[in-house]
Design a protein around this ligand. Structure first.
Ligand SMILES: C[S@@+](CC[C@H](N)C(=O)[O-])C[C@H]1O[C@@H](n2cnc3c(N)ncnc32)[C@H](O)[C@@H]1O
Length: 209
């Protein structure tokens, strides 16, 4: 994500990810890449592990409705469903959603920045997202996402987002944008001392109206 860093305090990820130099997910997820991604056992294992952690941070009852943003082929969604949640998958890549649809999920094709237009009437018990937010390019996009999530969530409901910020400053900026949109909460970092295993979550709640 392209932010002007106010200072170089804290950690910074030096390796460049495709999300940084490509214009958007459509330039990365070709049909071949969707196939490769969906069949990768390593990717499946990694996404499932994060999804189980998301559920621990979510702490809402079985049977609750969940919106999975950037659901891809539904790897994380399958974990949520296996634990009793009613999942709606949203992704911007049609081929990804075809895979999720084939697994029996309710699917919505669209950009996660446009939640108000995509769900003008529907409210969810929880919103989750794993490894997708880092595709957003700037703070305006994050603001649009945060306001959209706020709109589609029921009051006092949680939102858990795992993503790959480029730096500690970017993490703070993103969290600040969500708080500005009306959420309370904080970030949780697993394995903070190990850059290769560091996993970052926003643990948020819609507390105001
Ligand atoms: C790592 S992948 C899928 C992760 C997913 N949690 C899973 O279980 O496989 C990230 C996904 O985010 C989607 N994505 C990225 N930007 C998006 C946006 N603005 N709106 C909707 N989906 C987006 C991509 O198309 C891709 O399918």
């Amino acid at each position: 994500m392209k932010y002007k860093l106010k200072s170089s305090k804290g950690w910074v990820v030096k390796n460049q990810r495709p999300e940084e130099f490509l214009l958007g997910p459509k330039f990365y997820y070709s049909d071949e890449e969707v196939e490769r991604y969906s069949r990768s056992s390593g990717m499946k294992k990694a996404q499932e592990k994060i999804a189980f952690r998301v559920l621990k941070l979510l702490s809402i009852p079985e049977g609750s409705t969940l919106l999975d943003l950037g659901s891809g082929p539904g790897i994380t969604a399958e974990v949520y469903r296996s634990e009793g949640f009613k999942v709606t998958c949203l992704d911007v890549i049609p081929k990804m959603l075809e895979k999720a649809e084939a697994k029996g999920f309710a699917c919505v094709l669209g950009d996660m920045r446009n939640l108000k237009e995509l769900f003008p009437k529907r409210k969810f018990d929880g919103v989750v997202s794993v490894s997708a937010l880092q595709w957003l390019k700037n703070s305006e996009d994050v603001k649009q996402l945060a306001e959209g999530i706020f709109f589609v969530l029921k009051k006092n409901s949680p939102c858990i987002i795992q993503f790959y910020p480029k730096s500690e400053q970017e993490l703070k900026d993103v969290l600040g944008i969500f708080k500005q949109a009306g959420f309370s909460g904080n970030s949780v970092t697993d394995n903070p001392g190990n850059p290769r295993k560091r996993t970052i979550f926003l643990v948020l709640k819609k507390t105001s109206n």
